[in-house]
Design a protein around this ligand. Structure first.
Ligand code: ARG
Length: 579
C-alpha cells in the first residue's frame, strides 16, 4: 500500500512539474508513514511540506494542488489535508478486504518480493572450531538464519555459508595434545572447552610440547597425511558439537553449508599474486599489504590490509578475499551478506574495497556487512559465567528450557509430561531467540531470562500464546484455518485496523530482507497480536449475530493466525497449538 501511494504521489509530482507548478529536476525521497490515529486516515505523507519551498507555495496550497493532480486509485477512498500540510490517505475498505481474501487463497499469503529474485550468499554462524560455540555465536547464527528464511520466502535463492575457523596456529596445540594422549583426549573431546583448556595448559607449561605444536602446524600446512587425519578428526568432532546446537536451536544449517577457512587454502597464493599483478601490493616491514587511502589511522596514515605476513603466512583477510572471489565467480551471487560482530566492521569495509579494486567480485555484486552488537549479561556487562568464564551456548539453552518448564508447569499443572516438555522447548528456545531477534541488530542488549520469559510485552511467550488464542477459536469451531467460506467485510474500527496491518506483511518482509533486520518482523507480529486482542474483545467471532459477519470475522482471524505462524516460523520459532 505504501508503494502504491508513493507511486500515486510520484505521478502527481510529474504532472505538477509538467505544468510548471514545480521546478524541474526535483527528485525527493517520497515518505509515506502509517498514521497513529485512524481518524486521520491510514497513511500520511509530508511531501507538500518538503517541496513547499522549492515550489514557492504555502505547504497547504501545494498539498491542495497535489490532491488535484493525484490519479484515481481504487485502493484509496479519499485524501485530505491535515495540519500544516500533511496529506492523509484513507484506504478503501472494499479493496483492502479483497486483498486479504487474495492473501488467504495464497500459500505465500500474497507476499511478493518488491524487486527481481536474486541469488544471495548468507555468511552466518562461522564459529572457530578450536573451541566450543559460546554465546558470541548466538547472534550471527539466529539473525542470519532468520534473514535467510525471509529471503527464501520472498523467492530469492539463498546459499548459506558457514565460514568456520578451521585453520590457524591454535590447531597445532590441539593436534599435539590429541597425538600425545589419545585416550585422555578421547573422553575430553566430548567437552571441547575442557579439551582446549587442557591443551593450552600443556602448551604453556611445556616448551617441548609447544615446539611440537609449532612443528605440527608446519606439517599440517605442508599437507602431511598423518597431521591431516588428526585435524579432520578434531574438526569432525567440533562440527558435530555445532550441529547439535543448530538442531537444538531449530536453525537451518547442515554440514553441507560448512565451507571453512581451510577450503580456500589453495587459493591464497593466487590472491596475493593477483593483487601484485594489478599493482595494488606494497611491502611493509616484510609483509605484503594493500594500502587504502580512504582508511586512515589516528595519525592520518593510510591503513593496510595485510594479506601475507613477513614469514609467508596468510591472514583472515586473505581468506575472506578468496571467499569473496568464490562467491562471485563460482556461486554467481548477486549479494553476499555477512552476519558478523560489529567489531569487525573495519575489516569488512576494507576487505570489500580491496575485492572491488582487484575485480575479485563482479561489478553489480552487493557486499554487505550485517554487523551486530554485543550480548551482555543482565548487569549490562559482557556475558560471563559466575567464575568469569565464557558461557557455553548449550548450557544457556538448557537453562532456558528448564526455566520455561517450571513456568509452564506452574501455569498449567494438569499438562502431561510429554506435552509439558514440548511446550517448554518451544517457549524456552523461542524466548532466547526472540529476545535477540527483537532488538535492533546493531545495538548491544542485555540477556535477561525474566524478561524474555514474561508473558507480557514483546516476547516469545506473548506471541506464542497469541497464536494459540487464534488456534483455539478454530478448535472450538471444529474447523481448520483454511476452511472458512464467505467474504471479509470491514466494519468495526478494530476490524479495519487489524486488516490494514495484515495487509502490510509483505512490505515488512521486504524491508527485513533488504536491510537484514528481523526486529522489524518482531515488531510487526507484536502489533498484530495486539490488534487481534482488541478485535477479539470488541468483535465477537463465534457469537457474532449474523452468519456473514461470523464468517468474515473468522476469515480475519484465520489470516491473523496464518500470518503469526508464518512470521514466527520465518524467525525460526516453533509454534504451538495450545500451551
Ligand atoms: N570465525 C570468525 C569469528 O569467529 C567469523 C567469520 C565470519 N565470516 C567471514 N567470512 N569472515 O570471529
Amino acid at each position: 500500500m505504501k508503494d502504491t501511494i508513493r507511486q500515486l504521489i510520484q505521478h502527481a509530482l510529474t504532472r505538477l512539474t509538467d505544468e510548471g507548478v514545480l521546478p524541474a529536476g526535483l527528485t525527493p525521497a517520497i515518505q509515506v508513514e502509517n498514521t497513529k490515529d485512524k481518524a486521520h486516515g491510514d497513511f500520511a505523507s509530508n511531501i507538500a511540506l518538503m517541496l513547499a519551498k522549492p515550489a514557492g507555495l504555502k505547504p497547504r496550497d501545494l498539498a491542495q494542488k497535489l490532491i488535484e493532480a493525484l490519479p484515481q486509485d481504487e485502493q484509496v477512498s479519499k485524501v485530505e489535508i491535515a495540519g500544516p500540510g500533511f496529506l492523509n490517505f484513507f484506504q478503501n475498505s472494499q479493496a483492502l478486504a479483497e486483498r486479504l481474501e487474495a492473501a488467504l487463497a495464497d500459500d505465500r499469503l500474497g507476499v511478493r518480493k518488491a524487486g527481481a529474485a536474486e541469488r544471495v550468499v548468507v555468511d552466518l554462524s562461522s564459529p572457530n572450531l578450536a573451541k566450543e560455540m559460546h554465546v558470541g555465536h548466538l547472534r550471527s547464527t539466529i539473525i542470519g538464519d532468520a534473514v535467510a528464511r525471509v529471503l527464501e520466502f520472498l523467492g530469492d535463492e539463498v546459499i548459506r555459508q558457514n565460514h568456520v575457523g578451521d585453520w590457524g596456529t591454535q590447531f597445532g596445540m590441539l593436534l599435539a595434545y590429541l597425538e600425545e594422549q589419545p585416550a585422555a583426549a578421547e573422553s575430553e573431546l566430548s567437552d571441547l572447552e575442557q579439551f582446549y583448556r587442557a591443551a593450552k595448559k600443556r602448551f604453556d607449561e611445556s616448551p617441548e610440547f609447544a615446539d611440537r605444536a609449532r612443528q605440527l602446524v608446519v606439517r599440517l600446512q605442508a599437507g602431511d597425511p598423518d597431521c591431516l587425519r588428526l585435524w579432520h578428526r578434531f574438526n569432525d568432532i567440533s562440527l558435530s558439537h555445532c550441529q547439535k546446537v543448530y538442531d537444538r536451536l531449530n536453525v537451518r544449517l547442515t554440514p553441507a553449508d560448512v565451507k571453512g577457512e581451510s577450503a580456500y587454502n589453495d587459493e591464497l597464493p593466487g590472491i596475493v599474486s593477483a593483487l601484485r599483478d594489478q599493482g595494488l601490493l606494497s611491502e611493509s616491514e616484510g609483509a605484503q599489504c594493500v594500502f587504502l587511502d580512504e582508511f586512515r589511522n589516528a595519525e592520518g596514515n593510510p591503513l593496510p590490509v595485510i594479506v601475507q605476513k613477513a614469514g609467508g603466512g596468510y591472514l583472515y583477510a586473505t581468506t575472506d578475499l578468496a571467499a569473496m572471489r568464490h562467491r562471485s565467480e563460482a556461486l554467481h551471487a548477486d549479494r553476499a551478506l555477512y552476519f558478523v560482530d560489529q567489531r569487525q566492521a573495519l575489516h569488512f569495509q576494507m576487505a570489500f574495497e580491496v575485492a572491488r579494486r582487484a575485480g575479485f567480485v563482479h561489478l553489480g555484486m552487493r557486499l554487505e556487512h550485517m554487523g551486530f552488537g554485543t550480548m551482555n549479561g543482565p548487569d549490562g556487562r559482557p556475558f560471563k559465567t559466575r567464575d568469569g568464564g565464557t558461557v557455553k551456548l548449550i548450557d544457556l539453552l538448557d537453562e532456558a528450557e528448564q526455566r520455561a518448564y517450571a513456568l509452564v508447569r506452574s501455569k498449567n499443572p494438569e499438562l502431561d509430561e510429554t506435552e509439558l516438555r514440548q511446550i517448554a522447548r518451544a517457549v524456552g528456545i523461542g524466548a532466547v531467540k526472540y529476545a535477540d531477534l527483537s532488538k535492533h541488530r546493531t545495538s548491544d542488549y542485555s540477556f535477561n531470562f525474566e524478561q524474555m520469559l514474561s508473558f507480557e510485552g514483546n516476547t516469545a511467550p506473548y506471541l506464542l500464546y497469541a497464536y494459540t488464542r487464534v488456534a483455539s477459536v478454530f478448535r472450538k469451531l471444529g474447523r481448520g484455518m483454511d476452511d472458512v467460506e464467505g467474504h471479509i467485510q470491514l466494519e468495526a474500527e478494530q476490524e479495519q485496523a487489524l486488516a490494514a496491518r495484515l495487509a502490510q506483511f509483505g512490505e515488512v518482509l521486504n524491508a527485513v530482507g533488504e536491510k537484514g533486520v528481523p526486529h522489524l518482523l518482531c515488531g510487526y507480529l507484536y502489533d498484530l497480536a495486539g490488534l487481534f486482542s482488541s478485535f477479539y474483545e470488541h468483535c465477537p467471532i463465534l457469537a457474532a449475530e449474523q452468519q456473514a459477519q461470523k464468517n468474515s470475522r473468522l476469515r480475519l482471524a484465520a489470516l491473523t493466525g496464518r500470518t503469526l505462524k508464518q512470521g514466527l516460523e520465518l524467525l525460526g520459532l516453533e509454534t504451538l497449538e495450545r500451551m
